[in-house]
Design a protein around this ligand. Structure first.
Ligand SMILES: Cc1cc2nc3c(=O)[nH]c(=O)nc-3n(C[C@H](O)[C@H](O)[C@H](O)COP(=O)(O)OP(=O)(O)OC[C@H]3O[C@@H](n4cnc5c(N)ncnc54)[C@H](O)[C@@H]3O)c2cc1C
Length: 287
């Protein structure tokens, strides 16, 4: 187990912002993960779990505890009949390519979602009518005491952009159940989805994807646009003119710039439309 000190978190989140973590650990085996958790428990250190940080905003002050990334738990990906078994640190999009090349359908609608399989399970990531909960069948976890256990997907407490019963544990691997598919058709669908994402989303800038969850009865992007906030800036942060629910780093944004703009958007939408937007992005290291 290699616990580093004073690690800059900028390269560990898709926004490219954030201060240092007092401690940092990127285990590549479950045993290393458990040793890391014992270190955290023995020293009573606060713990933050990330995958690829593609849905996280890390504060400029960094984190006073230990940041644990599962991205190196990425060796496992194998297929048995219609099932695949995948390590939590495998990139979700790599898993999707693997399924398409193995003539398996079910995961292709999630093409282009950045981040790890573990993060996608923790967030119940979804797009184009599919959520991770629709295809994951079994989830292997380690709790904060360092004990391994497994659950069926139905026990995860999956709901819109959350897995209530997983928070407080760490996903180490998962099993997915897919159907047989036509590789050429699946690849064509993937390409179409990637094109549609590139058309609608400001992928040329760093972001966390959608900042806000979809409120009941409306869309966050539509509400933000209605308030005339497209293109609104705060320091290096900007409400994307292409997709109003994306707040992007135009180059030199600080985490404070981004957070201030998020809060400003939230307040303005509440005042002008009555809708209370809720963040999909997770804050790390903020008071
Ligand atoms: C350009 C762009 C487009 C995006 N499009 C979409 C989209 O279409 N749909 C969508 O749902 N999301 C989208 N996202 C958000 C993001 O990609 C997803 O939420 C992704 O699943 C996060 O994975 P991650 O590994 O980066 O997790 P992180 O961002 O590192 O973490 C997210 C959450 O998951 C938890 N977590 C991470 N790993 C684990 C683990 N192994 N065990 C337990 N908990 C864990 C973290 O504690 C945190 O609460 C987009 C982001 C970007 C930047």
């Amino acid at each position: 187990m290699n616990i580093q000190e004073g690690v800059s978190l900028k390269k560990y989140c898709s926004y490219g912002v954030g201060g240092e973590s007092r401690y940092f650990c990127a285990p590549s085996t479950t045993d290393q993960l458990k040793s890391c958790l014992h270190f955290v428990n023995d020293h009573s250190i606060p713990l933050a779990i990330i995958g690829y940080g593609s849905n996280v905003l890390i504060s400029d002050q960094g984190f006073s505890g230990l940041v644990l990334t599962l991205r190196n738990l990425n060796r496992l990906i194998f297929k048995k009949h219609e099932k695949i078994f995948v390590g939590a640190g495998v990139l979700l999009d790599s898993m999707i390519l693997y399924t398409i090349r193995s003539y398996m359908s079910g995961a292709e609608s999630l093409s282009g979602i950045p981040g790890s399989v573990g993060g996608a399970i923790g967030m119940n990531a979804g797009a184009f009518g599919t959520e991770i909960k629709d295809i994951v069948t079994r989830i292997d976890l380690v709790n904060l005491e360092g004990e391994s256990y497994s659950i069926n997907s139905s026990e995860a407490g999956f709901a819109y952009r959350k897995a209530a019963n997983i928070s407080g544990s760490i996903v180490t691997s998962a099993e997915f159940n897919l159907a047989e598919g036509d590789g050429t058709a699946l690849m064509a669908k993937r390409k179409d989805i990637l094109n549609r994402r590139a058309e609608k989303q400001p992928l040329e800038f760093r972001s966390c994807g959608s900042v806000f969850k979809r409120p009941e009865g409306s869309y966050a992007g539509a509400l933000i646009e209605k308030c005339g906030l497209k293109g609104k800036t705060h320091g290096g942060a900007m409400v994307s003119p292409k997709h109003a629910n994306f707040i992007v780093n135009t180059g030199d944004a600080s985490a404070d710039d981004i957070r201030s703009l998020i809060l400003f958007v939230k307040e303005t939408v509440k005042k002008e439309t009555g809708y209370e937007l809720e963040e999909e992005v997770k804050y790390l290291g903020f008071e």
